[in-house]
Design a protein around this ligand. Structure first.
Ligand SMILES: [Zn+2]
Length: 454
């Protein structure tokens, strides 16, 4: 009996230390804005499902941090900076204690400057206005989540889903490596890597069992819908189904794991894989894994919420002599029919972007948020190759490490050194020089080790 009392006093003490608040603010733009995701301009004609900025504020032993996910393709550094300044002014959180990430939906509005530059007229003005309003919506989500802080318990489990995600770079019969070479392509030899099946689930509820939030992280590109309607892609279905089980009061917050070279295309199947049906299939299977995980959750002993960040200067790739002139020529075809091959356009946009930077290093923030000694979130500012995410998780001293792509800015694709040598789309698009991915991973591992048992 004495033992029972001691155990429960101890556990209620652990719960009492943790407070959690969750909130979501709609960020769906009006129709008519340019949509993100592809190398041509397409204007939104409607909305399939609402887009959100979702925020989770964690407070452990009095110290706070926030995790934010926005249904957007990416968030450039200036937007993150502006949102953090507003958060500092309107909440008790310091800006650098907030991780602001984008889910990478390809059916959200275009907010990246490098692509907005090709949009003209009223849609461009509307997009600029929308972009300018984003920081205040993000800050509002954090403010509401902070206001909702309530005593909570944390639980975690890493599930496994092996049927949805595919490595999208393939060795071909001619010895080259190609990105998404097409379904049933007879020249495919094999993929040059494998996906990461981890489905990280961190669940929060009140001490009297009321669901507060489910945080889900998975490595699979959000490019399954297409078309011209706003949609959060498969996380929309994930959130809808989990909400049906746990009640509408629970927030589902999805973030993208390291999925720069991972998508949903199964080249061995002839079935078309685009549209809302496909997004719902993926969201439903993923929800199934999360629902199974609820039964396997282990309590997280909370403690102070710690945050550590490091700002790196990553070497930029060099613009080859003469490349700028031809890049300007190629870019003139952006969004117009009959233009140059796709990869030439990708290379041209990279060249223009790099030339605009004038050879300067690319600033990149690496951030780690830790809850007790069990769960850590790593924020990295780009489309991180899966191998880098797996390496960080393996080296982390935390039993459960969550790697979040497109967090606190975006530096475009971040391939591994090996991939840089192989070439193909993501490498042609990448702005940072070979080795940048390993620099980010090393910095993340260093921060994880510094934070552990601190
Ligand atoms: Zn992408």
């Amino acid at each position: 009996m004495r033992h029972w009392v001691a155990c429960c006093l101890l556990s209620s003490l652990a719960y009492a230390e943790l407070r959690v608040g969750a909130a979501a603010v709609k960020i769906t733009p009006p129709v008519g804005l340019p949509l993100a995701g592809y190398y041509h301009v397409r204007l939104a004609t409607g909305m399939h499902d609402e887009l959100y900025a979702k925020a989770l504020v964690l407070e452990g032993s009095g110290s706070r941090a926030a995790l934010v996910a926005c249904d957007l393709i990416a968030l450039e550094g200036d937007l993150v900076e502006a949102a953090r300044q507003l958060i500092e002014r309107t909440t008790g959180l310091r800006g650098d204690r907030v991780m602001i990430s984008a889910t990478h939906t390809h059916t959200g509005p275009e907010v990246e400057r490098q692509f907005l530059a090709f949009v003209e007229g009223a849609p461009r003005q509307a997009a600029e206005r929308y972009r300018a309003e984003l920081p205040s919506r993000i800050a509002e989500a954090v403010r509401l989540a902070e206001a909702a802080l309530t005593p909570a318990r944390a639980w975690a489990h890493i599930g496994r889903e092996e049927t949805l995600a595919f490595y999208r770079r393939f060795r071909m019969k001619d010895g080259t490596v190609q990105f998404n070479p097409g379904k049933l392509n007879p020249d495919i030899v094999e993929p040059v890597g494998k996906p990461d099946p981890d489905v990280a689930v961190v669940y929060f509820d009140t001490p009297d069992d009321k669901p507060l939030a489910t945080y889900v992280n998975y490595a699979l590109h959000l490019d399954t819908v297409g078309g011209t309607e706003y949609s959060g892609d498969y996380p929309y279905t994930l959130a809808r189904l989990l909400g049906q089980v746990k009640g509408p009061g629970m927030l589902t917050l999805f973030t993208l794991a390291a999925a720069g070279n991972i998508n949903h295309v199964d080249v061995k199947s002839p079935e078309p894989q685009k549209g809302h049906g496909e997004a719902q299939r993926i969201g439903t299977v993923l929800a199934g894994e999360v629902l199974k995980s609820y039964a396997r959750l282990k309590p997280v002993v909370s403690g102070p919420v710690r945050v550590l960040s490091r700002r790196l200067e990553l070497p930029a790739r060099q613009v080859e002599p003469g490349a700028l002139e031809s890049a300007r020529d190629t870019a003139r075809w952006f969004g117009k029919p009959g233009g140059p091959p796709f990869l030439d356009m990708v290379a041209a946009l990279r060249t223009l972007d790099l030339a605009g930077r004038g050879g300067k290093a690319i600033p990149a923030e690496v951030q780690v948020v830790a809850l007790g000694e069990e769960v850590a979130w790593v924020g990295l500012p780009g489309e991180i190759f899966v191998e880098l995410g797996v390496a960080i998780k393996r080296a982390s001293p935390f039993p459960r490490t969550v790697v979040v792509s497109l967090a606190n800015g975006s530096i475009d694709y971040v391939p591994t050194k090996e991939a840089f040598a192989e070439g193909a789309y993501e490498v042609i698009s990448a702005r940072c020089a070979p080795g940048c991915g390993e620099m980010l991973a090393d910095a993340a591992i260093g921060l994880l080790r510094d934070l552990y048992k601190r």
